[in-house]
Design a protein around this ligand. Structure first.
Ligand SMILES: [Zn+2]
Ligand SMILES: [Zn+2]
Length: 70
């Protein structure tokens, strides 16, 4: 799969991760790894369906929304 963010900018990069919030494929440059403790609480991201300590990646857009929501 190709990176969604790069594709939006007209580029092509092979994806290495998936945003857990929106499902977008992300390249190494655009994948943002969130710390597990950031996922506790009531924010409506699908953190609860995931087991703890799994790597969780967000795209830049979801990461921004996630941080604004705290
Ligand atoms: Zn990218
Ligand atoms: Zn996303």
């Amino acid at each position: 799969m190709r990176c969604y963010v790069c594709a939006q900018e007209g580029g092509i990069s092979e994806s290495v991760a998936i945003c857990v919030a929106c499902g977008a494929a992300l390249c190494m440059e655009h994948a943002i790894r969130e710390e597990p403790e950031l996922w506790e609480g009531d924010y409506p991201f699908p953190a609860r369906v995931l087991k703890r300590r799994l790597p969780r990646f967000l795209c830049p857009e979801c990461s921004a929304a996630f941080r604004e929501g705290r």
